[in-house]
Design a protein around this ligand. Structure first.
Ligand code: PEP
Ligand code: MN
Length: 269
């Protein structure tokens, strides 16, 4: 196998999003609802997460759902809402491209294109993401090894896009006490193997609201560069992932505690 450009690249380089290094001011907080449900919902939550310290708004316009009968996202309408959120709040936008068909349009609206866990090993989508002209947040497949995650990143890189952010979001294990198991060791191991930024999603692993803030703090302890968190101001009305979405006040607490734990420098040698 030829040497891996990303894996062996130890030089830190900025991830340039909308003309600036995304991580220049420290940990990055990407926050917002699981799915864009309406303009009013997205704008309300965007203003709340911005006030709490988020710099990037997340929200799915295209939702990869386990069941075809579940809410699939607003599609193009959702993207138009995200463009309005960006214009009205100044927040950057991170949203998922679920296939090669929606990717070009997603890349027009998004500052960061998300490739989801279910698509991490879709080489044709990864290649297209490598040519989309936007930084990519690459979520680890729920059954993927770190080698497989890094090779997926390499697919994006070889197409000329080195702006890849890795994201641990929980893997499937034998444990039945959470939706997925958040593999925080992965952050420590990825640090040794690549200089790419590593973020953590503390929402999709537990699937439970009460677990999100402590898992985010644990992510800070292992040196994560930031978190992507699901936040909803009326989670009981959410059209997807209601039980794991935290309210804006909890998100504000998460931002504060993450900063405090990160400053302890637990993961520094
Ligand atoms: C998401 O972040 O909206 C999502 C669907 O996450 P994952 O791909 O990690 O399941
Ligand atoms: Mn979700």
């Amino acid at each position: 196998m030829p040497p891996s450009l990303l894996v062996e690249q130890k030089r830190e380089r900025p991830v340039v999003v909308a003309g600036r290094d995304l991580f220049e001011r420290g940990p990055v907080f990407i926050a917002g609802p699981c799915a864009v449900e309406s303009e009013a919902q997205a704008l309300r939550i965007a203003r709340a997460v911005k006030a709490a310290g988020a710099t990037v708004f997340r929200g799915g316009a295209y939702k990869p759902r386990t069941s075809p009968y579940s809410f699939q996202g607003l599609g193009e309408t959702g993207l138009e809402i995200l463009a309005r959120v960006r214009a009205e709040t100044g927040l950057l936008i991170c949203t998922e491209a679920v296939d090669g068909e929606c990717l070009p349009r997603v890349a027009e609206v998004a500052d960061i294109v998300q490739i989801g866990s279910r698509n991490m090993d879709s080489s044709s989508l990864l290649k297209k993401a490598g040519r989309c002209g936007r930084p990519v947040l690459l979520k680890r497949g729920f059954a993927a090894t770190l080698d497989e995650l890094l090779h997926a990143a390499e697919y994006i890189h070889v197409e000329g896009n080195a702006d890849v952010i890795l994201c641990e979001r929980g893997i499937r294990t034998f444990s039945g006490h959470s939706r997925n198991t958040l593999d925080l060791h992965a952050v420590l191991r990825l640090r040794e193997r690549t200089s790419l930024p590593v973020m953590v999603d503390p929402s999709h692993a537990p699937g439970l609201r009460a677990d999100v803030v402590p898992l985010a703090c644990a992510a800070a302890a292992v040196g994560a560069d930031g978190v992507i968190v699901e936040v909803h101001d009326r989670p009981e009305e959410a059209l997807s992932d209601g039980p794991q979405q935290i309210e804006p006040a909890s998100f504000a607490r998460l931002v504060r505690l993450f900063g405090e734990v990160a400053r302890l420098g637990c993961a520094r040698s």
